[in-house]
Design a protein around this ligand. Structure first.
Ligand SMILES: [Zn+2]
Length: 70
């Protein structure tokens, strides 16, 4: 079960929303500005948490493909 982060910068993905990533993938992408969401067993809970901050939050299509809506 991973730690999840949401990218504070929405301009770094094609859909221009705030993307949710696992810690591993966020590090891989070298995201400079991210908000810690917590430790979740699945990306759905992580995206719900991210939506408290960013209503347009969406799962990353690479690391949170089940929660990626585009
Ligand atoms: Zn990702």
């Amino acid at each position: 079960m991973p730690y999840y982060y949401v990218n504070n910068n929405p301009t770094l993905n094609p859909g221009y929303h705030h993307e949710v990533h696992t810690e591993e993938h966020a590090n891989e992408l070298n995201i400079l500005s991210k908000k810690y969401l917590g430790f979740y067993s699945n990306c759905f809970d992580a995206v719900d948490k991210a939506k408290e901050t960013y209503s347009d939050a969406d799962g990353c299509k690479t690391c949170c493909s089940l929660c990626h809506k585009g």
